[in-house]
Write a new protein. Structure first.
Length: 185
């Protein structure tokens, strides 16, 4: 004969209540998880839309005022006791296309610069800025000489000057056409 065990109705009811509670809490936790996951996906999508990507240029902008090294006349002055520094630098500047007018020791009584100094008048400002943009080492500073009326730029070499930096490479982009009021034919 086999014995069957029967469970009291009270314990059956408790077990069913526990089972319902576990299923209810599990369903709520799972629902909250998916709700937060859904909200997070919208939040991340908004961040990527808020930061637009900048388009890459397809050409260099046209600037009729851009000066080439051939347009700039320079005087190269040595403010150190190292002989030949000004002549070596003048030769290197000529190879880069600059027109060298004078090579000598610094004729001014100004304090020698740490690296290099550009001295120019109001008309020579554009040429000096062209030189500062990659043709002279970091630490070069500019100084406006209000009495100068020519476009000549003086390059005064200091004790920290070790030579010109490597020539900057071209961007490889074609120049954008000059803007016009009517379309070209």
């Amino acid at each position: 004969m086999t014995d069957y065990t029967t469970e009291s109705p009270l314990s059956l009811e408790r077990r069913q209540r526990r089972r319902r509670a576990v299923i209810t809490i599990g369903t709520l936790v799972l629902g909250l998880f998916f709700a937060f996951w859904y909200a997070l996906s919208y939040y991340e999508a908004d961040e990527s839309r808020a930061a637009p990507r900048t388009p890459t240029p397809t050409c260099s902008p046209y600037d009729p005022k851009v000066r080439t090294p051939a347009d700039i006349t320079v005087n190269v002055y040595n403010a150190t006791n190292r002989s030949g520094l000004a002549s070596r630098t003048a030769t290197a500047l000529e190879k880069r296309g600059y027109t060298v007018k004078k090579v000598a020791n610094d004729p001014s009584s100004r304090k020698a610069p740490k690296v290099a100094e550009l001295r120019y008048g109001k008309k020579g400002r554009a040429g000096a800025l062209t030189m500062l943009d990659g043709d002279l080492p970091k630490g070069t500073r500019g100084h406006v000489l209000s009495s100068r009326t020519s476009r000549t730029v003086d390059v005064v070499l200091g004790a920290g000057f070790d030579g010109l930096p490597p020539k900057a490479q071209s961007t490889g982009l074609p120049m954008c056409p000059k803007p016009s009021a009517s379309p070209s034919s």
